[in-house]
Design a protein around this ligand. Structure first.
Ligand SMILES: *Cc1c(COP(=O)(O)O)cnc(C)c1O
Length: 386
């Protein structure tokens, strides 16, 4: 059994993939070719934003937006410690300080009340309100990066309210949530800008790395297009700012355009698979906690994670599944504030207890559009009644 079955998907669209890839081989414009432009237009329309700027990865998409906003030393960016490292890594790479905000125990997404508290703590320079790294003291709060974990959009209505009160930019980390929505608004449309990823395992995945920035802000989009190509100005050897080499390959755009033809159907299939898991698990394993999907939210189901009663239960369940040939994964076993890469922030265990608790008890089951009802019954059957 596959954790994410990309072969079944490829089988469906193989001919179209070959046609799209063949067209790129024929025209030979491998970098920022016509398929890249076509993909940007199609995804901007899909999400409902004015501008889409493709780039080399989801990490670059996050980085480029922070660069475009001019963040660096002396600035604080809030994000959660229960995410992939890229979300906070880009903040630190620019010399700004990530200030972590714990997640909600039910949705696993940023807790807006704790965001408000963190901003207040920084403002008043009072670490008794919130665990502030020494490096953040005296810095100015500039932005918040909420993460749409496992495909579920964060609580944008609440987060945006705090952000407005505090004058913070909002950068949506939609790496896992392309295709999701909240209140009828598609992921990628929240905040002042959003970043998504086309890593093969994401809901819309290519055959390599890729990413995209999405925004309604024309000035931001223009800066992003410059940053993507070494800060290019009016011509190739005019550099008006520092940038990166962050372009998307034309071949990846061609693959993604082929995948877009079945994307909505795949989203529906993921939705059905998630529903089936929910029914089966509520019946057979009511001791396992599932991610709470608030009213009005539709997840893209990048992952289907469950929370066991204890770390021992989690590890025993994973072992049982592994012995039956069923792959599982843990997103994320170590919260970011306890990662060696962020040791300089000086955090300790207990600083973000919800994230730490989830890291010990969570694990993800196989999830993809081609997961059959029989396979899911088998998976839950192996897990037994609890
Ligand atoms: C995958 C991911 C990223 C980074 O995307 P890449 O394309 O792998 O660089 C960023 N944030 C989150 C939450 C992710 O899951």
């Amino acid at each position: 059994m596959e954790f994410i079955d990309l072969k079944a998907q490829q089988k469906r669209i193989r001919a179209l993939l070959e046609e799209r890839i063949g067209a790129v081989l024929d025209h030979g414009r491998y970098v920022l070719g016509p398929e890249v432009i076509e993909l940007e237009e199609e995804l901007a329309r899909y999400v409902g934003v004015r501008h889409a700027v493709s780039c080399a990865s989801g990490t670059d998409a996050l980085l480029m937006v922070l660069m475009a906003w001019g963040f660096g030393p002396g600035h604080v960016v809030f994000t959660t410690p229960f995410t992939f490292i890229a979300t906070a890594e880009v903040v630190a790479l620019l010399g700004a300080v990530p200030v972590f905000v714990d997640v909600d125990p039910e949705t696993f997404n940023m807790d807006p009340e704790k965001l408000s508290l963190a901003a207040e703590a920084l403002d008043r320079d009072d670490p008794s309100l919130h665990p502030l790294p020494q490096a953040a003291r005296g810095c100015r709060a500039k932005a918040v990066i909420p993460v749409d974990l496992f495909g579920l959009p964060a609580d944008y209505p609440e987060i945006e309210q705090v952000a407005t009160e505090r004058g913070l930019k909002v950068l949506e980390d939609a790496a896992q949530s392309f295709g999701a929505s909240l209140g009828g608004i598609r992921a990628g449309r929240f905040g002042h800008g959003a970043a998504t990823s086309f890593f093969p395992a994401k809901p819309l995945g290519g055959y390599g790395d890729g990413g995209m920035c999405l925004t309604d802000d024309g000035e931001l989009a223009e800066r992003l297009r410059s940053i993507r190509v070494h800060g290019q100005g009016s011509h190739r050897y005019d550099h008006v700012r520092l940038g990166i080499n962050g372009r998307l390959d034309t071949l990846q755009a061609a693959v993604l355009l082929a995948k877009m033809t079945i994307f909505d159907e795949e989203l529906m299939l993921r939705q059905q698979a998630a529903e089936r898991y929910r029914e089966l698990l509520e019946r057979h394993r009511p001791d396992l906690q599932l991610q709470h999907i608030p009213d009005g939210a539709v997840s893209a189901w990048a992952q289907f994670s469950v929370v066991a009663p204890s770390e021992q239960d989690r590890d025993a369940l994973r072992k049982r599944l592994e012995d039956a040939g069923i792959p599982t994964a843990v997103y994320y076993p170590v919260p970011l504030h306890l990662q060696p890469a962020f040791a300089h922030l000086g955090h300790k265990e207990g600083d973000f207890p919800v994230s730490e608790d989830l890291a010990r008890r969570i694990f993800a089951l196989p999830m993809h559009p081609y997961l059959s009802a029989e396979e899911q019954q088998h998976i839950v059957g192996v897990m037994g009644d609890g």
